[in-house]
Design a protein around this ligand. Structure first.
Ligand SMILES: [Zn+2]
Length: 496
């Protein structure tokens, strides 16, 4: 779902020039200092704290998701910035229609170049030794007694994480590099249980790695005092002790928790439609960051109007050394440093695209590995709508040319849009999902008519907000709004 311009010539140029960077000197690993034993208390049953991070019209969702998992996590980041110890508590409810004999967590660090380990998991205070599968990226917790539909359990575990000091894998989403720590998916995350059962696979390098249900997070981060910490959601407390700081966040409902940290971050901010926008970056990138916040503000106004209001009270950007142009997280966006400059077309398109993901990936979720078009292609189309609303037909034409150019890179082949990431080559993934897929929505609008199409987009977001959509769902919602048969169009563009 996330990054764009994957195989564009510009991205390739960058990858080449990236080789010229001097890798950071390997520092001698320092032993992890003894830390005070973190105490994660049981998650509160009162979830009202999460309402404060949502704009008023969404606050009732907190009461409407009583069975969404609640995570309470403590990260202790050592002074070397890449050794982390953690403690996690999860209250999990079986919302499926069948009993569950095990719970599966994703340990993404183990396939992102890092190392994460959990020795034992306490299930309702009883210790269970888990087992690992899928290159240690899945932690299976067998239950002594099956968890019945509607039944809840508490799971508690300690974890150790070593973060890679390179950005070689998956665009460097989880890395400590050039003084920036990026912690994407850096905690044991419960997999989605769907019609495939526990749905977990090893993600291809070209796409996004997660597929997650909406959850609530209370996260405490203990770190060196000299770094600026930026986390998903809202900061709710802060305390300094000696050379260390402790910051606490609440976030939810969200599909993930993201954290970035750097001693070099300065912040600039801006407000739009009741949302506080912040950009954390190096001082020398201030002008570009201001420009990015302008684009972000305009994007939120446009998408609020076109689709549905942005749900949270905050939206944070961080600059990182990622090899992607931009990557979306719930309420947060990482942007690669080299495009952060005023009036950079790549910056404008990237920011609008990543903001679009707040609607298509986060608010309306999807299986990003099996049906990447539902967030990527739709977000490319949202970016087209941004350029159209900002600059009229000339803007639309410019971004349409970008979509056409991508598709042309794979000779305009009629490769279906609705395939899993693993079925595309890198070039096809860029050309079909980011090019042809965006153009599909123009074809759909042509078939449905503008009025029906605009109402369909709103209906699709409204009906699937906080949930997970599928190809069948988007097709049936569209057919409902146009009162027409879209099977031939979907056969031509989407279905294998
Ligand atoms: Zn994207």
């Amino acid at each position: 779902m996330k990054r764009i311009f994957l195989t564009s010539s510009i991205a390739l140029l960058f990858l080449t020039s990236c080789l010229l960077f001097t890798p950071q000197a390997e520092s001698t690993p320092e032993p992890i200092p003894p830390t005070s034993t973190p105490t994660v208390s049981p998650a509160p049953t009162d979830r009202s704290i999460f309402k404060d991070g949502l704009i008023p019209e969404y606050q009732s969702i907190v009461d409407e998701l009583p069975h969404a998992s609640i995570y309470e996590i403590k990260f202790i980041i050592t002074d070397d910035m890449y050794h982390i110890t953690g403690e996690e508590f999860v209250a999990y409810t079986n919302t499926e229609t069948i009993p569950l004999n095990e719970i599966r967590f994703r340990l993404f660090s183990n396939i992102l170049g890092g190392d994460m380990h959990v020795d034992e998991v306490f299930v309702n205070n009883e210790a269970i030794v888990p087992n690992y599968t899928l290159n240690d990226s899945v932690l299976n917790v067998p239950l002594k007694k099956a968890l019945q539909p509607g039944e809840s359990i508490n799971l508690k575990m300690d974890f150790k994480l070593t973060v890679p000091q390179s950005v070689d894998l998956n665009y460097g989403v989880q890395a400590y590099y050039e003084n920036v720590l990026t912690l994407a998916h850096a905690y044991p995350m419960i997999a989605v249980f769907d019609d495939e059962g526990w749905n977990a696979e090893i993600p291809p390098q070209s796409g996004d790695v997660t597929y997650a249900d909406m959850s609530f997070f209370l996260v405490t981060v203990e770190a060196p005092k000299n770094v600026v910490l930026v986390g998903s959601g809202r900061e709710i407390s802060r305390q300094n002790t000696g050379s260390r700081q402790t910051v606490r966040y609440e976030a939810g409902p969200v599909r993930d928790f993201y954290l970035a940290a750097s001693p070099d971050y300065k912040v600039i901010s801006k407000e739009v439609n009741g949302v506080e926008l912040r950009f954390y970056t190096r001082a020398k990138l201030k002008k570009g960051a201001e420009s990015a916040l302008e684009v972000a503000a305009r994007s939120i106004e446009i998408f609020n109007q076109r689709y549905a209001p942005y749900p949270y009270t905050e939206m944070d950007f961080v600059s990182t050394p990622t090899l992607a142009l931009g990557i979306e997280y719930p309420g947060m966006i990482a942007v690669t440093e080299w495009i952060i400059e005023p009036d950079n077309y790549l910056l404008e398109a990237t920011v609008a695209h990543e903001i679009g993901h707040q609607w298509f990936y986060n608010l309306v979720g999807n299986d990003q590995l099996d049906e990447p078009w539902l967030d990527e292609s739709l977000t490319q189309f949202a970016t087209l709508q941004y350029f159209s609303d900002m600059y009229g037909e000339a803007g639309a034409q410019a971004f349409r040319a970008e979509l056409e150019g991508r598709w042309a890179q794979v000779e305009n082949q009629n490769i279906p849009i609705g395939l899993p990431v693993r079925d595309y080559t890198n070039a096809q993934y860029s050309g079909i999902i980011y090019g042809r897929g965006g153009l599909f929505f123009e074809a759909l609008r042509g078939e449905m008519g503008n009025d029906h199409f605009d109402k369909f987009m709103q209906g699709y977001v409204k009906n699937n907000a906080w949930n997970i959509a599928t190809t069948e769902i988007i097709k049936s919602v569209a057919e409902e709004y146009c009162a027409c048969d879209l099977a031939p169009l979907f056969e031509k563009w989407i279905f294998p």
